[in-house]
Write a protein that binds this ligand. Structure first.
Ligand code: SF4
Length: 346
């Protein structure tokens, strides 16, 4: 009978050190292997050249390294790169590298499919199959960091959790991945360069505030009117705006971090002055910033980008009320890598 080998990256550094002591080796060997697994992102035990052949064989007999594999990489005419990433069990997620003049941002996935059901989103059409493990999230970041060095001659500078899945529905694993990404024993990135983007799960936002996390928070709001929001993001019926606002107020009182709202303006859905006024009212309780994001239609259905006049109306209304607003043009449209388009089509 074949023995199921353990995923070695599920072990903490301490557990790895103890494993070596139990094998009659030195605890220090655990540090060496840990460094290979995380800082050096080794894909197999044979790459661990400062570990003896016998020890590598022993590791091979007991463990696996469930590294992701970039199955397909597509490059957009604007420089954006989309990776189709195969996981150890054959499932696929996508992650995106977005280059600008000064930054390279990785947009990473946190679930295979999504637990939520936003009606404008391509990922929502894939049912949630499972959460990603911390190492699968970490590996997506490493893959993009390597691509950034290779194609843009600079390391990755920022990370947004805005790919497939709702990160707060896989909170523990996302947190563990961020710990590794920010640890000097991992990638050593500053948490200030990481933003977790959520559709708004009030209980977890409060938990994050209590845990005093150091990364940024962005909320995909899209409407500050309950009726409208529920019609486009049905889970809003369970987590209404009142609860979201209360959680965000709590977040701000604890972290004093400005809140970013992601907002798409759709023709005939939220392109009215009344909708923009509701957004101003919602934003007012704490310092906030609104990113108005260009929409990429996923079909010819009811969700279509509003005309420029509606975007300008939003911009004027927000600025008049002292709220910072940026307009984000979409990137990577030609390879289905833009916001809301990730659906394993490649
Ligand atoms: S927008 Fe985000 S939370 Fe909503 S279904 Fe798509 S991936 Fe999930």
């Amino acid at each position: 009978m074949e023995i199921k080998k353990k995923d070695i990256r599920a072990l903490t550094k301490e557990q790895l050190r103890n494993f070596f002591v139990e094998q009659g080796d030195k605890a220090f060997r655990g540090n060496q292997v840990y460094e290979w697994l995380w800082q050096k992102s080794a894909h197999d035990f044979d790459a661990m050249t400062n570990i003896s052949k016998e020890t590598r064989k022993m590791l091979e007999d007991n463990f696996v390294i469930n590294h992701i594999r970039v199955d397909q990489m597509q490059r957009s005419s604007d420089g954006t790169i989309k990776n189709a990433v195969r996981l150890h069990d054959g499932l696929v997620v996508e992650s995106v590298l977005i280059p600008t003049e000064t930054r390279t941002t990785a947009c990473v996935s946190s679930q295979v499919g999504c637990s939520l059901d936003c009606r404008f989103c391509a990922t929502a059409r894939l049912k949630r199959m499972r959460n990603l493990n911390p190492d699968e999230i970490y590996d997506q970041v490493v893959a993009i960091d390597n691509e950034s060095r290779l194609y843009f001659d600079r390391p990755l500078s920022n990370i947004v959790f805005m790919g497939m899945g709702e990160p707060l529905m896989n909170y523990n694993n996302v947190l563990k991945a961020i710990d590794k990404i920010t640890s000097p024993e991992g990638l050593g990135m500053s948490p200030k360069r990481i933003v977790v983007s959520t559709s708004g799960v009030p209980k977890i936002i409060k938990k994050m505030a209590d845990e005093e996390v150091k990364f940024g928070l962005a909320v995909s709001l899209h409407s500050a009117i309950d009726e409208v929001r529920t019609s486009i993001m049905p889970f809003n019926a369970t987590f209404p705006l009142k609860d979201l606002r209360e959680a965000l107020e709590y977040w701000y009182s604890k972290t004093k971090n400005r809140i970013t709202y992601e907002y798409v303006v759709w023709k005939g859905i939220n392109d009215t002055q009344e909708a923009a006024d509701a957004l101003v009212k919602f934003c007012k309780f704490a310092p906030s910033k609104v990113n108005i994001i260009e929409y990429n239609p996923i079909d010819n259905g009811e969700f279509q980008q509003a005309p420029n006049s509606a975007i300008e109306m939003y911009q004027n209304t927000l600025e008049r009320n002292g709220i910072t607003v940026t307009i984000r043009r979409s990137r990577g449209k030609d390879i289905d890598a833009a916001c809301g388009q990730l659906a394993n089509k490649s």
